[in-house]
Design a protein around this ligand. Sequence first.
Ligand SMILES: *Cc1c(COP(=O)(O)O)cnc(C)c1O
Length: 231
Amino acid sequence: MIKENLEEVEARITRACERSGRERSEVTLISVSKTKPAEMLQEAYDAGSRDFGENKPQEIREKYPQLPTDIRWHMIGHLQRNKIKYIIDKVCMIHSVDSIRLAEAIDEEAKKHGIVMPVLIEVNVAEEESKFGVHLDEVESLIRQISELSNIQVQGLMTIAPFTENAEDNRIYFRKLRNLYVDIKDKNIDNVNMCNLSMGMTGDYEVAVEEGATMVRVGTGIFGARSYSQI
Ligand SMILES: *Cc1c(COP(=O)(O)O)cnc(C)c1O
């Protein structure tokens, strides 16, 4: 089933790219494998998936040694500072930076490993109280602060849009994030490389691609529903 699901998602991304005059190669599909066992990730890998998204450091730690080494692991969930050390040498990007304190802690761990960690700023575009992420009007100043750190580099923005039955409802939030992204990109801030917009999940990734997403994070649409107790 995973192979067929991936093909379906691929086809939908391709059509969304065509509708909006974009190249398929501009969009990375991240298979969100949280709560799913390593065998299912292997199945997705065998069907061609190389980018996997997880939201818990512990799960990355457990799955990492069980799977091929050319996988690119993306940390997409809220991250506690004391957990950074478990993933700093395993992930290719952290999508969920929303404070200078977290950024400083990532910078410190990255320094120990002699690397520069690419990160995205998580933005709470719809200003939902239940969500992590910074407000639109705080993003630029946070990015300017992070740009002073040497072992972390901001490479774009990420958002989790509201849960909705109708994906069109989220178009306005994707568009707002994209506008902010372009504004900040145009400022050419030193040590900032705005090249990624991580937005769109199972319910709304096609709209997100139409609005400029360079990374979509699809879980349920590839691996099936997660049982509630696993979340
Ligand atoms: C779980 C999760 C996803 C994937 O959600 P689906 O609706 O299953 O596609 C995407 N992004 C983040 C940050 C997540 O936690």
